[in-house]
Design a protein around this ligand. Structure first.
Ligand SMILES: NC(=O)c1ccc[n+]([C@@H]2O[C@H](COP(=O)([O-])OP(=O)(O)OC[C@H]3O[C@@H](n4cnc5c(N)ncnc54)[C@H](O)[C@@H]3O)[C@@H](O)[C@H]2O)c1
Length: 296
């Protein structure tokens, strides 16, 4: 594999592009918006600067990495020579189904189609293509250049050969791939989201305050970040949508989102990205502080 197309230059897409380029792959980074591409490339450049400052890479490594990435707003142009496509566009079922139909029509017949979705069924996405055996989940964690895990999700029809190829490829990125099957929430979110939901329920029931709940989990369980702060960081709307996918998928009330979470999302309190969630991020400096703490 040489050419990797990444669809979406947002939070995850730029991190995925950075990671592949730093490992020597040619990356075609695609987004519908020029502004997102520019912002994504600036983020990659800033993250590489931080690595240079920490003497993890040289200035030459930085310019080599940036030189491996080409940007496109025309998807067809960007994907036509790709051996692997990693889709990291907005989390929306209809959008992903549309993208995968287009990928299937345009990409060369041997190309593997991967998605970074946090919660949408790989099997459902694969079913709109004529190559379901070549569709797989590659669930990178945020921030991608730093986090070691890639949750590799096999859809119902994903072949052994494709799974093995993607497992080996992830290792060449310096990641630790872990194979799981395609059920709602996969493994990461199936375990993380109920913990976050329970911490919101604990707050809702008046057992303890925001900082107390986070302190118990940080200092008592050695979590780098409390669950409420983590929920703010992920986005409360994202947490709600993943819980709903699990609630609908398993028909099990244990995944029912806490009414406080539902109310906060309806009120537009989405966490860091909206300036307020369980914590107040009104001053942008404060929000940055949270993100930097997490990166350490
Ligand atoms: N943010 C996280 O922590 C996280 C973690 C793991 C997985 N994910 C998953 O990664 C994916 C991307 O999430 P994100 O947080 O990076 O979102 P984001 O909103 O930061 O970025 C999404 C990007 O996709 C672009 N886009 C939308 N439609 C497109 C199209 N048709 N073609 C090309 N680009 C298009 C948007 O312009 C935007 O730049 C989602 O599926 C999400 O569930 C997110």
């Amino acid at each position: 594999m040489k050419n990797i197309a990444v669809i979406g230059a947002g939070t995850m897409g730029n991190g995925i592009a950075h990671t592949f380029a730093q490992s020597g792959f040619n990356v075609q980074l695609i987004d519908i918006s020029d502004a997102s591409l520019e912002k994504g490339m600036n983020t990659i450049s800033r993250n590489l600067d931080r690595m240079v400052a920490k003497e993890k890479i040289s200035e030459t490594d930085k310019s080599d990495t940036l030189g491996k990435i080409t940007t496109f707003t025309n998807t067809e142009e960007g994907i036509k020579h790709a051996d692997l496509i990693v889709e990291a566009a907005t989390e929306n079922l209809d959008l992903k189904l549309k993208i995968f139909k287009q990928l299937d029509d345009v990409c060369n017949e041997n190309a593997i189609l991967a998605t970074n979705t946090s919660s949408i069924s790989i099997t459902q996405i694969a079913a709109v293509t004529s190559r379901p055996e070549k569709v797989i989940g590659m669930h990178f964690m945020n921030p991608v250049p730093i986090m070691k895990l890639v949750e590799i999700i096999r859809g119902y029809s994903t072949s052994d050969e494709v799974t093995n190829t993607i497992m080996e490829l992830s290792k060449t990125l310096g990641k630790v791939p872990t194979e799981v099957n395609d059920y709602p929430g996969f493994v990461a979110n199936r375990i993380l989201m109920p913990m976050i939901n329970e911490s919101i329920e604990t707050l809702y029931n008046g057992v303890a305050g925001v900082e107390e709940i986070d302190t118990v989990m940080k200092l008592g369980m050695a979590h780098p970040m409390g669950p409420l702060q983590l929920a703010d960081f992920i986005g409360l709307d994202v947490c709600l949508s993943i819980l709903n996918v699990m609630y609908d998928g398993f028909k099990n009330p244990k995944y029912a989102p806490c009414p406080l979470l539902v109310n906060m999302v309806m009120a537009g309190k989405l966490g860091v990205k909206s300036g307020e969630g369980f914590y107040d991020y009104a001053e942008s400096r404060k929000a940055e502080k949270v993100a930097t703490q997490f990166l350490k």
